[in-house]
Design a binder for this molecule. Sequence first.
Ligand code: NAD
Length: 331
Amino acid sequence: MKTAVFSARRYDRTMLARANERAGHELRFFDDRLTTASAVLAEGCEAVCVFVNDSVDAEVLDILAKQGTRMVATRSTGYNQIDIAAAARHGIAVVRVTDYSPYSVAEFAVGLLLAVNRKIARASARTRDGNFDLDGLMGVDLHGRTVGVIGTGKIGSIFARIMTGFGCTVLGHDPHPNSTFEAAGARYVPVDELLSSSDVVSLHCPLTDATKYIVNANSLARAKRGCILINTSRGGLVDTEAAIAALKSGQLGGLAIDVYEQEASLFFQDLSSKIICDDVIQRLVSFPNVIVTGHQAFFTVEAIGQIMQTTIDSISAFERGEKLVNEVSIE
Ligand code: NAD
């Protein structure tokens, strides 16, 4: 099937082409993000393949529908960048990748926690500069600390299991509790108790209307003083200005984020020789106790292979008129 692939980086091209070897879909790769301006590139493509920072809003879907698109496949689990109701109105099917290595993200979240707590990135930068001083690099033992997990699905439950392995007490909050989380040695508590008891809070819930700014000035004020916040889920879960204020006051003891609300104009590109006009991210990276990575938690050989294979399989199933196992429907 003729498929327009947006936000296609070198690894997308290589890995998607490899997954497509047997299926033989006609893949047209574009570096561009999908927007109202670039949607014209998908003219005549029945399928459009997107990523997290493509904009698949009602206006874009309107253009795509007029150009003959009948399916949108996102190479991600989250689908908050897609207006599902608008797609349904146009009869455009939307598929995502429900299952790919959740270990990739959970392990990365642990990596961020270790890095921010033990100042690993700062230490590495120092030694490269011939500075072997330890001043300012002291962290705390994670053993015996309390870790709060907001969103205890696939990734949150694995993160919980790893943290119980560290000897942490793990608390969770989720409107849909599950036994896997509890089997990891963790327990559910009300969100207020989670916030006030946790030395570390890690976000693993999707971005929805209900979870937008789930971390805000109010929730930060209720958190344990000096708590470390980890966000590998979606930038919109955190009110970044409130997080900056909490970092300045010491209410937040550390912050590690792989996602950022305004990431669409920054992430997945090399801006090292450009002037970055986003003062919020510039302020964030200036803190010694903040780590920012560019949405790479999913970026392992295993996860990318599974993402690309599932995407190709969904396009093939759609072409054959089969039931779409990874279809997103209106909740
Ligand atoms: P999942 O669907 O298995 O789990 C999500 C959990 O969040 C569910 O148990 C759900 O009940 C819970 N939840 C929903 N609303 C909530 C709320 N208001 N409060 C607390 N919990 C709530 O999803 P997953 O595979 O574990 O992925 C979690 C998120 O991780 C995704 O939505 C995505 O945003 C993010 N993600 C990030 C990357 C990355 O590279 N940084 C990669 C994959 C996924």
